[in-house]
Design a protein around this ligand. Structure first.
Ligand code: MG
Length: 394
C-alpha cells in the first residue's frame, strides 16, 4: 500500500458579515492509496495558508507506506526546517495529513482510531458549550449540559455572576478571555481575583500566549485553575507550561497541534504533572472534532472537550457520521477509522472567503493596550444583560 494522491477541500465556515466569525474556514484533507483506500483529516492553524503548505508537502509523501505514521510525520517536520520554527501553520499541515493517515489505517484494519491509540478508558466524552446570557445558559442546562463556558472581557464578572445565579452551584463554569493583546498581566490578575468567588473549572488564556512568564504571574496570583495552550503547536510548544506546572489544564487544538500522536504525547507529558487536558475546538470543523473524540477516549487525564452546540448549518451538511450527543456527552463511535466521510458537493457550496479577523474600528493596533476598557469588566456600573462582541467566542 502506497500513498498516490492527496486532495484538499477548503470552505467558508461562517455566516457572512459576523465579525471574527467571517474569517472562519475549514480545510479537509483526503489521502489516497494505490489500492483505492483513502483517509480523511482536517487542518486548522490558518486554513488558506495551510492548504498551500499541504500541497508543498505532498511530493514528500507520494509513494510512501501510509502505515508508517511516525516516520512520515518526522519526514514532514524535517522538510520544513528551512522555513524557521514550525508554528501552527506547519503543524496544521502535518495535522491534517497525519489525521487522515490514522483514519486510513483504521479503515484498512477495520478498527476505530481509538483502538489504534491504546483502547478506550471511557465510552463517552464530556463536552461543554458556550453561553453569554442567562437564557442561553438555561437552555444548555435544560438540554443536558453540566458545563458552560463564557468568554470575552466585556462585562465578564457580571456575566459570570448572573449565569452562576441562574444555573446553580452544580454546573461547571469556565471563563475564556482569549489571551487578549488588550489586557495587561496585572489586569488579568485583577480580573481573576474578581472571578475567584464563582468556583470556576478553569480561567482560560488570561494573557496573550507569547510570554509564558506572564501566564505564570497570573497563575501564582489567582486562586483558580489556569488553562492555556490552544495557540501553541506540538510537544515543544506546551513543554514549558507543563514542566514548570504553570497551568492546570492544557488545551491543544486537535486541528493544529501537530496530529493525534502529538496530542497523545502532550497528554502524557501533562499526566506526569497531574495536569488535565481539555482540547480547544472552537474554530474546528466536524472532522477534527470526531478525531478528538477518538483520541480523548484513550486519555486518562482528559477533563472536558469544547463543543459548539449550535454551529453554522454547513457543519451538519459537510460530514457524514455526525456525533451522537446524549446528556452533555459525545458517544465514542465503533465504526472503522474515524467513522466519518466528507460530502464534496456540500463543501463546494461554501467557497472560501476571507481568512483573517478584522479588529473593530476602535482598536489601535498596539499589542498590549494598558487598562483598556477596565470599566467593562471590573466596574459594577455596567449592568446585565451583558453585551457581547460577536465573533470572539472561541
Ligand atoms: Mg479559548
Amino acid at each position: 500500500m502506497k500513498i498516490d494522491r492527496i486532495e484538499t477541500f477548503l470552505m467558508h465556515a461562517a455566516p457572512p458579515g459576523q465579525g471574527g466569525w467571517a474569517a472562519r474556514n475549514w480545510l479537509f484533507v483526503r489521502v489516497h492509496t494505490d489500492d483505492g483506500l483513502y483517509g480523511i483529516g482536517e487542518a486548522s492553524g490558518w486554513p488558506r495558508v495551510v492548504e498551500t503548505a499541504i500541497q508543498d508537502l505532498t511530493p514528500l509523501l507520494i509513494g510512501e507506506d501510509p502505515q508508517n505514521i511516525e516516520r512520515l510525520w518526522s519526514k514532514m517536520l524535517a522538510a520544513m526546517m528551512g522555513h524557521g520554527m514550525t508554528g501552527v501553520v506547519g503543524a496544521g499541515a502535518m495535522t491534517g495529513i497525519e489525521m487522515a493517515l490514522w483514519d486510513l489505517k483504521g479503515k484498512a484494519l477495520g478498527v476505530p482510531v481509538w483502538n489504534l491509540l491504546g483502547g478506550r478508558v471511557r465510552d463517552r466524552i464530556r463536552i461543554y458549550a458556550h453561553a453569554h446570557t442567562t437564557q442561553a445558559a438555561r437552555g444548555l442546562v435544560d438540554a443536558g449540559y453540566d458545563a458552560i463556558k463564557t468568554g470575552g472581557i466585556q462585562n465578564c464578572v457580571d456575566t459570570v455572576a448572573v449565569i452562576r445565579d441562574e444555573v446553580g452551584p452544580k454546573v461547571d463554569l469556565m471563563v475564556d478571555v482569549h489571551g487578549p493583546p488588550w489586557l495587561t498581566t496585572r489586569d488579568a490578575i485583577a480580573l481573576g481575583k474578581r472571578l475567584e468567588p464563582f468556583d470556576l473549572l478553569f480561567y482560560e488564556d488570561p494573557v496573550a500566549p507569547e510570554n509564558i512568564d506572564a501566564i505564570a504571574r497570573v497563575a501564582d496570583a489567582v486562586d483558580l485553575p489556569i488553562a492555556a495552550g490552544e495557540r501553541h503547536a506540538m510537544i515543544w510548544g506546551v513543554r514549558e507550561l507543563i514542566e514548570r506546572e504553570i497551568i492546570d489544564v492544557v488545551q491543544p487544538d486537535t486541528g493544529r497541534a501537530g496530529g493525534l500522536s502529538q496530542m497523545k504525547k502532550i497528554a502524557a507529558m501533562a499526566e506526569a504533572h497531574y495536569i488535565t487536558m481539555a482540547p480547544h475546538d472552537g474554530s474546528l470543523g466536524p472532522v477534527a472534532e470526531m478525531a478528538a473524540v477518538h483520541l480523548l477516549a484513550t486519555i486518562p487525564n482528559f477533563l472536558i472537550l469544547e463543543h459548539l452546540a449550535d454551529d453554522v448549518p454547513q457543519r451538519y451538511e459537510v460530514m457524514m457520521g455526525q456525533p451522537v450527543i446524549e446528556a452533555g456527552h459525545i458517544l465514542v463511535p465503533d465504526t472503522p477509522g474515524l467513522g466519518i466521510d466528507i460530502v464534496e458537493e456540500a463543501i463546494a457550496a461554501y467557497p472560501s472567503e476571507t481568512n483573517v479577523s478584522f479588529p473593530e474600528d476602535t482598536y489601535d493596533y498596539a499589542y498590549v493596550q494598558a487598562r483598556q476598557g477596565r470599566a467593562h469588566w471590573l466596574s459594577s456600573e455596567v449592568k446585565p444583560p451583558p453585551s457581547y462582541r460577536a465573533g470572539h467566542i472561541f
